[in-house]
Write a protein that binds this ligand. Structure first.
Ligand code: ZN
Ligand code: ZN
Ligand code: ZN
Length: 370
């Protein structure tokens, strides 16, 4: 399910900002299809099918939403935002887009537009060069408005409820397979109000040393760490949190490493203030893990942006000098992974505010014995 349809004024405002960004980036036309830029600008999500749905946004003049005729009934019209252009089964929609975008020299396309659509468009747009729409839509999408932050917070609170159950020992672990616990978490994600489960990683013991472990037939035993990383989409916006528990007594090597992880995660959140480059948030978390001697076991970036998509800009990684702005939402999720032994990660979604950084996940951050 896509985001709920918003007031037309929201889309008009977003479109106006995209157009000024197009001028700034010297983009003549934006073409959006499958993916999340389209619903962000129109409230309509393209069916992920071979028939072309495409929003054509010229820098000046009306935006047109080309749509397979049979799907026109699904569109909520937004007067002033776009004109609907349904195409019939035997029409050539690529040629129609070619006509609408004729004369454009620089065209921005959505990341998730299928290669097939772009390949079919190329002969109709001779001389045009292409760039990613993230240049013109990404900055807008990164800076969430109050309604978007409220949606992210609601999704975060919903998964926090499940994390609390995990931490109170209310979710049976010992004797269950990872896959069984994963499907249980998935059911709870939906029961707590999400429309879609995006992932429910459950990794026990040595399996937790693979950050994106696929939950399988491994049976969870006593006295081992269990990493649970789960999230879904609720009213268009994503949740994503990671908590670890230990089934029984916490081994001392795990307790020592977790104390470092806890501190690193808190340092990352504390660093994520407006104006701070993304890479400095990564550095703040990584420095603590490095100094404790676990640096080589922290094998991924500190975080990713989140919103309509589970992973989107901004990425919290060395080399990303983009300064955080109020409304940027992203994960802070350092991890320590000892190959073949165990792994751990602690993940919250955070939002930069005009007064520091607000965490949207608030379940217990400690490593709890269940
Ligand atoms: Zn991940
Ligand atoms: Zn996660
Ligand atoms: Zn994440």
């Amino acid at each position: 399910m896509s985001a709920p349809t918003l007031d037309t004024s929201v889309y008009l405002d977003r479109l106006a900002r995209v157009r000024s960004s197009m001028t700034e980036h010297d983009v003549d036309t934006v073409l959006l299809s499958v993916g999340h830029d389209l619903p962000y600008l129109t409230g309509y999500e393209a069916m992920p099918l071979e028939r072309l749905t495409m929003l054509v946004v010229p820098r000046e003049g009306d935006a047109k939403l080309l749509i397979p005729g049979l799907e026109a009934a699904r569109v909520t019209e937004q007067p002033g935002v776009f004109d609907l252009v349904p195409w019939a089964e035997t029409d050539d929609p690529s040629a129609m887009v070619g006509k609408l975008a004729a004369g454009s020299s620089r065209i921005a396309v959505g990341d998730q537009m299928w290669a097939r659509f772009l390949v079919e468009l190329l002969p109709h747009l001779p001389g045009a060069t292409f760039t990613r729409s993230v240049d013109v839509v990404g900055a807008l999408r990164m800076a969430k408005d109050a309604a978007e932050i409220a949606a992210l917070a609601a999704a975060g609170a919903a998964v926090d409820t499940i994390a609390g159950e995990l931490q109170r020992g209310e979710i049976p672990l010992v004797g269950k397979t990872e896959a069984e616990v994963s499907s249980y978490l998935g059911r709870r994600i939906v029961e707590e109000g999400h429309q879609r489960v995006n992932f429910a990683i459950v990794a026990a013991g040595e399996n937790a040393s693979s950050p994106h472990h696929h939950p399988g037939s491994r049976v969870i035993r006593e006295n081992e760490i269990v990493l649970c990383d789960f999230g879904g989409t609720m009213n268009g916006y994503c949740s994503d949190t990671t908590r670890c528990v230990v089934t029984g007594e916490i081994p001392s090597d795990i307790a020592e490493a977790y104390a470092v992880l806890y501190e690193a995660q808190a340092a990352g959140v504390a660093a994520a203030t407006a104006g701070t480059p993304c890479q400095d948030v990564d550095r703040a978390a990584r420095q603590i893990i490095d100094e404790a001697g676990y640096g080589e076991y922290f094998i991924h970036r500190t975080g990713h942006g989140i919103g309509l998509e589970a992973h989107e800009d901004p990425y919290i990684i060395e080399g990303n000098e983009l300064p955080l702005e109020v409304g940027h939402a992203f994960s802070v999720e350092p991890g320590i992974y000892i190959p073949g032994k165990w792994g751990m990660r602690l993940e919250d979604i955070a939002v930069t505010t005009d007064d520091g950084c607000r965490s949207l996940n608030n379940s217990d951050h400690n490593l709890i014995s269940v």
